[in-house]
Design a binder for this molecule. Structure first.
Ligand code: GLY
Ligand code: MN
Ligand code: MN
Length: 441
């Protein structure tokens, strides 16, 4: 049995049963679908890759706790839309102890669920399944309770599963490292390929080609490839402008490898040489990134790291002449928000903005301390709008973000994306040797 499933079974206990649905395909237009993406909670517990499945997890059934309801084998459907594991495959290849065609779920539900005190189910995600569960619960109200009782407590399993997802196992860290390695290599390729005249879209293609050629299923979020002032748009995804001599290029791209995300940002000069003004901004962001990466460790809270990024970037903004005044006052007034308006990082895992709570209390008053097994990004940035009359002209339209993925351990941290160069000189060296090579060839 998968470790994740074992841990979940132990956590909910034998008085409980859980119903965890898979994702469904999503229509892109008319009769075509988006590429299927499995629900990460379902994937985490079962590893089952197909849409329209439901897992029923019953710890009371010690020998056979996992029942999967799946799309049945169907030669006609499979000829049109692809292979299915079916009931046999779910048991043989995916660890289900029992399996049924998905059509039987309603019929089997009462048999499986009755006799448990608690039902772990999350309402509000799969509205069709919500109706089935509600109908079952309401149907039970009319029963004379002389046989196995229905559950009287409904619990949302999300927090439990998300806390588990937040603390990565060794095996997960290995997959995350691989995802990070593929992304780091792709960013180096982007540096080697950038030059004036090439389109953002071509850089995006080079990166995503590398992901797919190295075992990743694709991207873990839509890649951001923004030249010049496009880098000042945080979620710029048009990626269709021509790169210009003298501009910077911001690339924020991560791979989706065996379910796990990486998330790297690098910013570099299209022509391979930072201008003096670009370098001034770059080095400020880089110093903040390194300091915040260092601060990603046990003993600090997530908020302390955020505050550090704000303080250092506010100092940096003063140095550049973007802000004037007392640092404490500027922070109090949130003056930095004009040029740095996002968090310094987030959890990373099956989702790019991964599961897990950021506070230790439901009121979100106490920031959570870093804990071993967490993986977070660190991604400070400075974005100077092109039309910002308050900024010195030489800095207008510069957008810089630098982002790495960091594992917290008992004794410090590990930068999973350390292979991706970020010192300005290193980047220039990589770009200039690539350009010299292509001039020769
Ligand atoms: N690209 C999404 C993020 O960096 O959070
Ligand atoms: Mn990113
Ligand atoms: Mn990120």
């Amino acid at each position: 049995m998968r470790q994740q499933l074992k841990d979940f079974i132990e956590a909910i206990g034998k008085d409980a049963i859980a119903i965890i649905p898979a994702a469904h395909e999503v229509t892109r237009s008319y009769d075509t679908e988006f590429k299927f993406h499995q629900d990460p909670d379902f994937f985490y517990l079962t590893g089952f890759p197909e849409p329209d499945a439901i897992a029923v997890i019953a710890p009371s059934n010690k020998k056979a706790p996992l029942t999967l309801f799946v799309r049945p084998r169907d030669p006609l459907m499979e000829t049109w839309y692809g292979r299915r594991e079916g009931v046999e495959g779910a048991m043989k290849n995916h660890g289900a102890h029992k399996a049924f065609p998905i059509e039987n779920f309603e019929k089997e539900m009462a048999k499986l669920v009755n006799g448990h005190e608690k039902l772990y189910y999350r309402f509000g995600v799969d509205t069709k399944l919500d109706q089935v569960v509600l109908q079952y619960l309401s149907g039970q109200r009319f029963r004379r309770l002389k046989t196995a009782y229905p559950p009287h407590t409904i619990v949302d399993p999300t927090i439990l599963i998300h806390e588990m997802r937040l603390h990565k196992t060794e095996e997960e860290v290995e997959l995350m490292q691989k995802s990070a390695d593929i992304a780091a290599e792709a960013h180096v390729l982007a540096m080697q390929s950038a030059k004036p005249g090439i389109n953002e879209s071509q850089i995006e293609a080079i990166i995503e080609h590398h992901f797919r050629m190295n075992g990743a299923a694709g991207v873990s979020y839509n890649s951001i490839v923004g030249g010049g002032a496009n880098a000042t748009i945080l979620h710029y995804v048009e990626n269709n402008a021509e790169l210009k001599d003298g501009d910077l290029l911001l690339v924020d791209a991560g791979a989706h490898y065996k379910g796990y995300a990486s998330d790297i940002t690098r910013t570099f000069p299209v022509n391979g040489r930072f201008t003096k003004a670009q370098r001034e901004v770059y080095d400020i962001v880089l110093d903040v990134e390194i300091a915040c990466l260092e601060a990603t460790k046990i003993g600090n809270t997530i908020q302390q790291r955020q505050d550090l990024s704000i303080e250092l970037l506010t100092e940096g903004m003063k140095k550049l002449g973007l802000l004037k005044g007392d640092t404490k006052e500027l922070i109090k007034k949130k003056a930095y928000m004009k040029y740095y308006m996002h968090g310094v990082g987030h959890y990373l895992g099956l989702d790019v903005h991964d599961a897990g709570r950021y506070f230790t209390d439901a009121q979100a008053k106490n920031s959570r301390p870093f804990e071993a097994g967490m993986i977070l990004t660190v991604e400070p940035g400075l974005y100077i709008p092109p039309d910002d009359k308050d900024a010195p002209a030489k800095y207008r339209g510069i957008g810089i973000r630098i982002e790495d993925d960091v594992l917290v351990t008992e004794d410090g941290n590990v930068n999973l994306t350390a292979k991706c160069p970020k010192q300005a000189e290193e980047i220039e060296e990589i770009m200039n040797s690539a350009q010299a090579q292509s001039a020769k060839g």
